[in-house]
Design a protein around this ligand. Sequence first.
Ligand SMILES: [Zn+2]
Length: 216
Amino acid sequence: MPELVFFSGTMDCGKSTLALQIEHNRSTRGLVGMIFTRDDRAGEGKLSSRLGLVTDAVEVEDGQDLYAYLVDHLSQGRRADYVIADEAQFLAPEQIDQLARVVDDLDVDVYAFGITTDFRSKLFPGSQRLVELADRVEVLQVEALCWCGARATHNARTVGGEMVVEGAQVVVGDVNQSADEVGYEVLCRRHHRRRMTAASARAAALSPDVLPVPPA
Ligand SMILES: [Zn+2]
């Protein structure tokens, strides 16, 4: 039975690497995939992983009907034996419904990869719809770690290293950002709740009021 599978996790947990692995495994068996993505770090029409692998993909646009796109593709006599949707948190809920229809009406497996929650620990609408509709949700076990060493379960947005909790849901940034730019950092829940990033933890460690008072 074809399935809609949602591979979910934090940023930096290896989602795109797994997407590329699935693509590689199937293409070496002679299968042809349709790869959708949105706002990949490598630019439009690319699916890339932090480990440096990259492949071409279809850049999904606002309001695009993914089911109609597949039907059109197949009706031209072209193949799509499976579908990969990376950065699926950026898809609209309607587009997730269209992917479910691809599974049910076209008998094609759909593997969606996405971040579950945003920097405020709220579900992305696309991810919420995937949780609602997926045949299976796989939480990726490639462990991203908080600066404290605990398992990172939450995404923080940072500006100049400080965690922010206000702002638009989608601002494209990366986990390796210089000061003053919007960046992202994965944290454990404890440090997400305390808004303590690696930079603010370092600053706190250097601050005189947390050091033992030297003898006079
Ligand atoms: Zn932590």
